[in-house]
Design a protein around this ligand. Sequence first.
Ligand code: ARG
Length: 457
Amino acid sequence: MKKPWAGRFKEKTSKTVESFTESISFDHRLWRYDIEGSIAHTKMLCKQGIITKADSEKIINGLEIIAKEIGTGKFKFREDLEDIHMNIEAALIKKLGNVGGKLHTARSRNDQVALDLRLYLRAEIKEILSLIKKFQKILLNMATNHLNSLMPGYTHLQRAQPVLFSHHLLAYVEMLQRDNERFKDALKRINLLPLGSCAIAGTALPIDRGYVAKLLDFKGISQNSIDAVSDRDFAIEFLSSAALLIMHLSRLAEELILWSTEEFRFIELPDAFTTGSSIMPQKKNPDVAELIRGKTGRVYGNLLSLLTVMKGIPLSYNRDLQEDKLPVFDTVETVKSCLIVLNEMLPSIKVNTKRMHETAGDAYSTATDIAEYLVKKGVPFRKAHKITGKIVLYCIKEKKKLEELSINELKKFSPLIKKDIYSHIEAEDSVKAKTSRGGTAPDEVRRQIRRLDNLIK
Ligand code: ARG
């Protein structure tokens, strides 16, 4: 088939070049948006009197038939027609003859591809946002059910202080809330119409860009035609928001992996979401969580890939820009699949609250509470820290837990220590006492849940 741009050429394109330059093998994903954009463009051409009503109806009808053919798998994509734009246009011309050739009036593939990618990202971000929301609700629900579950909170992966499991889960809800905000913010800049910028300079034909923007439900139009055909910041913003999102998912995945080990035994992963070993019959492996952690590398790579593609491109459109699509598609599919699998897996995780509770108060994790007890009695914190350190050292030597020390033993370290100390060294007391804003006390965590509940509705 002749290429739409064949007029100026004497020789046919080499086959090697055709398969080197094609993008139809991946940009076919944009077909829906390409057709949607073309229909809006045609309506505008008609309204402006650039094409007749009769022609516009034929074109729109033809495009709708092509959409059906693609949707039902009947359409044959051709590599020699390079990309989705030329595949659809060529099919239209084949159906309508000369009338089909009017579709590309006042338009270039340069603004067309920018439009398609924006429409695609706009739709996909909306899906990602709803998956994030679903995930937040699952976590919030778990947090509500675990308002009484204690766990050891960690720093340096060493038991640090007892916290509510609920509080720990809410930390992820907060991260996801920022992810949500970042995607929404990126959406503001994605949601602008580039069409009408044409190849680079705009057009001499009397188009109405505002009308097309309205038809396609864009918030506004791009203001500089050179910028509009060259810009891929919007895609980079998407990739960077996705990189942050998957970083959060990966940290959770890592915790699920750790928590499900024999060493931790905090959770049990559902059978349906784990895999066995081909040699060790006893094994139950957390492959889903591991793959989420592993896929993070690819999503980071996609961000770096597009940043690198963009760094040396002179204005305006250059074919390098075709390399924007694979990283974007891959990231969209990867983060969506990670969210979908987590949304399914998380509600069926078994939480071993007993084991978490038992370990919460271990490892002298309420030592800070003793120091704060002394501070309340007027001891400067640094001194209180030192005294408590000595108490811990004594416990290690005597193989005793903090709460097993007698009042006389304790008094040796400071005469300020009274019997009421015992209401400060159990893990439950420690948690209840953390009433500062954002802290782990049950009332405070309840407030956090209410706040997030309202935010996420
Ligand atoms: N397939 C191309 C891309 O993805 C479409 C734009 C081609 N424009 C051009 N002037 N060759 O970027």
